[in-house]
Design a protein around this ligand. Structure first.
Ligand SMILES: N[C@@H](CCC(=O)N[C@@H](CS)C(=O)NCC(=O)O)C(=O)O
Length: 220
């Protein structure tokens, strides 16, 4: 069995899980739960991945693979048929750019969440303003993607699903994107029909456990 160091709250993990399901490898991967706090790097994870981040995949042979871009490539191209990484150079470049767009949105949202979780007086108004400046640009690009490419699904689409899912999971009332970007909303609704997307919805295992950890800062 491969092992995936995992949390149901991470958008980068979700992208990998969408790929896992698309490639049909769900039964070949054991999920190892990790509570990740950016303020408290985890020693067990650092021993496998010097960045101390999830997702980290460990193969049957004991090789650790990170980050999510490399894991998706490994699962799809090395273990699967490469359907999510189109072989034609131009299409591959477009898929990787789409992946960067989705991952970049996830990264921005994680930073926004980190900033919001600080006490009021410690929050940086400049950092939050920078997030709000970037978001419309990112969403216009996503809206254009949705219009141009309604049917196909590659690793970039998996990254976009993960980022939008994370936005709804953490920020839904603050950024009602579905009203503002109707083509993207339509694409998103269509994507929900994919078994890989339906099977990987976020949840907060800490909130449901009522653990004190859920109130700590720096969580994904
Ligand atoms: N570039 C990485 C980003 C992964 C990442 O930021 N993971 C977060 C959880 S969503 C994490 O492990 N944060 C803990 C840390 O950075 O110390 C990827 O694509 O896998």
């Amino acid at each position: 069995m491969m092992r995936l160091f995992w949390s149901p709250r991470s958008p980068f993990v979700r992208k990998v899980l969408v790929v896992v399901h698309e490639v049909g490898l769900d039964d070949a991967i054991e999920r190892v739960p990790m509570v990740i706090l950016s303020t408290q790097p985890n020693d067990a994870l650092l021993a496998l991945n010097p960045l101390g981040q999830i997702p980290t995949l460990v193969t049957e042979g004991g090789e650790a693979i990170y980050d999510s871009v490399a894991i998706c490539h490994y699962l799809d191209v090395v273990r699967g048929a490469g359907r999510l990484h189109p072989p034609a150079p131009d299409a591959r470049t477009a898929a990787l750019r789409r992946q960067a767009l989705g991952d970049g949105l996830s990264w921005l949202l994680l930073n926004w969440l980190g900033e919001r979780s600080r006490r009021q007086g410690e929050q940086s108004a400049m950092r939050i303003a920078a997030v709000h400046k970037k978001l419309p640009h990112i969403f216009r690009a996503l809206e254009a993607e949705a219009a141009a490419d309604a049917e196909s699904f590659d690793v970039g689409h998996a990254a976009i699903v993960a980022a939008l899912g994370y936005l709804d999971f953490r920020f839904a009332p603050d950024f009602p994107w579905q009203e503002r970007y109707p083509r993207l909303a339509q694409w998103w609704q269509g994507a929900q029909q994919r078994p890989s997307v339906a099977a990987t919805v976020h949840y907060d295992e800490l909130a449901t456990a009522g653990s004190a950890l859920s109130r700590q800062k720096g969580r994904a």
